[in-house]
Design a binder for this molecule. Structure first.
Ligand code: 4AD
Ligand code: MG
Length: 461
């Protein structure tokens, strides 16, 4: 069994020879003595046209096949220089591996993305989702390749955790306790010493704290895994379960961190444009008309840089445009992020040095005493795609900050140890993988770039 991709990659090897393909029927068209099948085999974006004739015993069975049927085709590959596609297969034999019922939900017409979300088990058979999920796979590979080529060690951080890295309290609890009959301590609190881990635990919101421990041993590491957030934000950019890439580098400051983030995004864009030209052309034609030109521009230009304080000055001048008015100290909303990257800079922009109050406890305090060495990377169409920082490497400043925020140092002993035993200046960031896929494909909803999305009120399949 070969694939459509094999044929496209090495046409001379297969031309005018007999080949066998296995795939699913996209359409069947027949006249009295012959017919055409459009076959998709999942190996490549393009389909293969099959011509069959009544010299085959099962001609009538084939002509009656429904869309979605699985077949094995054996026949001769011939060139069709006049046709839209460069070749077709003249079938000698077609075996029906699995019929498809007539109520197959994917018919030839175009279905809306909303409808396809209701059949997430079947949508990977459509052109759009063939393109999205092949590109998603390639982006994942390109990210690994980028970090591995630079000597970063891939660290697997745990999904079940006892700490809240971002301190936002958006954790999904993990428990084996009987929810109908919770054990309580004398003061009425839930008694987690009776739970599986002997303490309160949750699904991780970030692998960073564990990742930092390995950076202090391997220098440069990255994580790539699922993270979970019980954010009650029903938007096109938030999922309750999403994947994150979190590099962490010892002996690196905020500048090094931004240079790494920029190099990584450019590398991944180039990789995908080279390795998936058919899919990228499809997105450019049917999903987002300016996509290829925009991505090419991103690769060719430097990212912009602006401090939070400067960004607020820019935004305050156009405050009447926004639903949420900005002033120094407020967190940037998507509308502000998009204004900066789409209207002001028209390319990706790093916003740095945010007020410490709106960022996590682990970020390094700047000399002004009120901002931290944070950076968010904002991109057109999405807003924040990356969040990162230089980390507080001083034991005293870190414990002081934790106390200010009411975090218990005993819950973070391992983390504080890193500042006790050979502390280094170090930095890292988190790239939201789905947001990266949205950015590179032009897809507008996070539900359409993750195979089985988990969002508010939605955990199908
Ligand atoms: O900015 P965040 O919260 O940063 C961290 O978690 C740090 N620990 C990262 C680090 O420095 N190692 O999240 C990082 C990125 C965001 O920029 C965004 O792209 C993505 O994760 N993200 C989400 N993506 C989808 N759905 C959500 N609910 C997301 N929350 C964050
Ligand atoms: Mg963030």
């Amino acid at each position: 069994l070969i694939t459509v991709k094999d044929i496209y990659k090495d046409r001379d090897k297969y031309m005018d020879r007999e080949v066998t393909l296995g795939g699913w029927v996209r359409s069947v068209r027949d006249s009295k003595t012959f017919g055409f099948i459009v076959l998709h085999d999942g190996s490549f974006f393009e389909t293969m046209q099959i011509v069959y004739s009544d010299s085959m015993d099962n001609f009538t069975q084939i002509s009656k096949l429904n869309v979605g049927a699985a077949i094995l085709v054996t026949g001769t590959l011939v060139a069709t220089p006049q046709a839209k596609q460069p070749f077709e297969i003249q079938a000698r034999e077609i075996l029906v591996e699995g019929e498809s019922a007539p109520d197959y939900p994917l018919q030839k017409k175009r279905h809306s993305l909303e409808y396809l979300r209701t059949i997430s088990h079947l949508r990977p058979r459509t052109n759009t989702f063939q393109a999205v999920f092949r590109v998603r796979s390639l982006i994942a590979y390109a990210i690994h390749k980028f970090f591995q080529e630079r000597g970063f060690v891939y660290v697997h951080t745990p999904l079940i955790t006892g700490s809240d890295c971002e301190g936002a309290g958006e954790m999904f609890r993990v428990t084996t306790l009987d929810l109908e009959n919770l054990p309580r301590t004398e003061d009425g609190k839930v008694d987690y010493t009776r739970d599986f881990f002997n303490k309160e635990t949750s699904l991780t919101v970030s692998g960073q704290l564990n990742g930092e421990t390995y950076a202090q041993a391997f220098r440069s590491i990255y994580t790539f895994g699922p993270t979970f957030r019980a954010e009650n934000s029903n938007t096109t950019r938030h999922a309750a379960e999403f994947w994150m890439i979190e590099p962490e580098m010892a002996f690196a400051d905020l500048e090094d961190n931004m240079a790494l983030a920029e190099a990584m995004l450019k590398y991944v864009i180039r990789y995908v444009m080279e390795e998936a030209p058919e899919e990228m052309k499809f997105f450019n034609s049917f999903v987002d008309k300016g996509l290829l030109e925009r991505l090419q521009g991103v690769v060719n230009a430097d990212f912009a840089h602006v401090t939070y304080t400067e960004a607020i000055e820019i935004l305050e001048k156009v405050n009447d445009k926004f639903e949420y008015k900005v002033s120094w100290g407020c967190d940037l909303q998507t509308e502000h992020e998009r204004y900066l990257t789409e209207q002001v800079y028209k390319r990706p922009v790093f916003v740095t040095d945010y007020p410490k109050e709106i960022k996590a406890f682990y970020m390094k305090l700047n000399e002004d005493g009120r901002t931290v060495a944070a950076m968010d990377c904002l991109v057109p169409g999405i807003g924040e795609i990356i969040g990162g920082s230089q980390r507080e490497d001083s034991y005293d400043r870190l414990t002081a900050r934790m106390e200010e925020l009411g975090l218990k140092p005993e819950d973070y002993e391992f983390y504080l140890d890193l500042r006790k035993y050979g502390s280094t200046r170090h930095s890292g960031f988190g790239l939201g993988f789905e947001r990266c896929v949205m950015y590179l494909t032009g897809m507008g909803n996070i539900r359409d770039v993750i195979p089985f999305p988990r969002t508010v009120n939605n955990c199908e399949l």
